[in-house]
Design a protein around this ligand. Structure first.
Ligand code: MTE
Ligand code: MO
Length: 423
């Protein structure tokens, strides 16, 4: 046991560095916590917009609400990678602290953090895999797993914050941190540490008032290891984070389009100058979607009407600017044209509070049918689109007709419509 303690202690010493201190752990922890909360909030929104509870009604304005919330979700999720590794770096020596479990509280602290780290790594890894559509590497239902893990993460985070509350409060502000953490206040003992740019007020009596942690520190670093300074560490974390955002966020934010190097989708690339999620071929609708006998059936109980594409084109046409905002993180604005969905619903006598079901020609897919709630049905911007960006809808974008509604996730913008039913 004693040997183990010695080993752990020397490991602890070996990894000591200026950036490894409670203050830095709190600084990075705050950022990480904020990123996770942003991901959680936007993720919950995305979950319930796809699986609403009966009483839920979703805003259709601003039209970019879902687009921005999803872009923020993916971008904050990507940011969690460098922040999580930075956080692990700052607390790394604590993994070897001895004894491994000191008390129930300490056990709770370590167990919650182990769960948090494991769940977070899985969460951001499968999230990233999903945005790249490497579904083969996610051998379980992505959405349900991602949703369930988010509660594990937020729950373990809450426990972690609760047990660490005292430390967090102590090191929250920079000023208090130096008062709490005597270690860097002793220039005579470790001048290298005290030369950091954010030099604290100096304690002129080197050995006075040294507490347990400080003694450890001095023993641990008789010769300061060549490790990044606090500022250097923050610069590294900041640079990596900024680079990741710059190189990927263009998929969700047009402003960064020019530096979108890593993200799987690029603006304006694809038929009708718009990226495609699933092609007509992949959806196995090449035959049915190009069938000359295609009609859109609109049904309300026994009342049923069929519209050929020419008949749909003969109805009042409306032009709207709406984004496709995919849950996988990419989005793009487009100009859609076609009849309003509510005009079709009214043609079969639908009432204002009625929901509709949009059914695709596609078979055996979770995207094959969606429910359109009244707030979308009645919205003047909701169209059965026949054209996009000034051209006939491409087969890959849902020809002969597709749904497009404001504030809806891409996954609910059903392509290759075959029928619309009043529920
Ligand atoms: N029938 C059907 N509709 C669908 C899909 C699909 O696979 N099948 N994909 C959805 C998803 S996930 C998105 S993001 C949008 C993408 O539209 P686009 O491929 O025209 O860009 O279509 C949606 N409509
Ligand atoms: Mo999507």
């Amino acid at each position: 046991m004693w040997h183990l303690q010695r080993l752990l202690h020397s490991l602890n010493s070996a990894v000591s560095a200026p950036a490894r201190n409670p203050r830095m752990a709190v600084v990075i922890g705050r950022l990480l916590g904020a990123a996770f909360l942003v991901c959680f909030a936007t993720g919950i929104y995305s979950h319930f917009i796809q699986e609403p509870l009966p009483w839920m009604v979703f805003p259709t304005r601003p039209i970019w609400l879902y687009q921005v919330s999803q872009g923020v979700h993916i971008t904050a999720g990507i940011l969690c990678f460098p922040l999580l590794f930075a956080k692990l770096y700052t607390v790394f020596p604590e993994l070897f602290s001895t004894p491994p479990v000191r008390s129930f509280r300490h056990f709770l602290e370590r167990a919650s953090i182990a769960l948090f780290v494991a769940a977070s790594l899985v969460q951001i890894a499968i999230g990233l895999l999903n945005t790249y559509q490497w579904y083969a590497l996610i051998p379980f239902p992505f959405r349900q797993t991602h949703y369930a893990l988010s509660f594990v993460i937020i729950g373990s985070l809450a426990i972690h914050i609760a047990v660490k509350l005292q430390t967090i409060a102590q090191y929250w502000s920079k000023k208090n941190s130096y008062e709490a953490d005597g270690v860097t206040l002793v220039p005579a003992v470790n001048p290298h540490v005290s030369t950091s740019p954010d030099k604290p007020p100096i304690d002129t009596q080197p050995y006075a008032g040294i507490t347990g942690r400080v003694v450890n520190w001095i023993e641990a670093t008789p010769q300061p290891a060549p490790a990044p300074s606090r500022r250097g560490f923050l610069v590294i974390v900041g640079t990596v984070s900024a680079a990741l955002v710059t190189l990927t966020a263009g998929q969700s934010f047009r402003l960064l389009d020019g530096t979108n190097v890593f993200a799987p989708r690029k603006n304006d690339v694809g038929p009708n100058s718009l990226p495609v999620n699933r092609t007509a071929k992949a959806a196995k609708v090449l035959q049915t979607a190009t069938d000359a006998g295609w009609v859109l059936t609109v049904a309300n109980g026994a009342t049923e009407k069929s519209f050929t594409r020419a008949q749909l084109l003969a109805m009042p046409q409306h032009t709207v600017e709406l984004p496709i905002a995919c849950v996988e993180g990419w989005s793009q604005m487009a100009t859609w044209r076609g009849p309003r969905l509510r005009d079709l619903a009214d043609a079969v006598g639908a009432k204002p509070g009625d929901s509709l079901r949009a059914v695709s020609l596609e078979q055996d897919s979770s995207y094959a049918r969606t429910t359109v709630f009244p707030e979308y049905v009645r919205d003047e911007l909701t169209l059965v689109a026949l054209e996009v960006n000034g051209e006939t809808l491409d087969l890959d974008h849902g020809y002969p007709a597709r749904l497009i509604a404001p504030g809806r996730p891409g996954v609910l913008q059903t392509k290759w419509l075959s029928s619309i039913e009043v529920l």
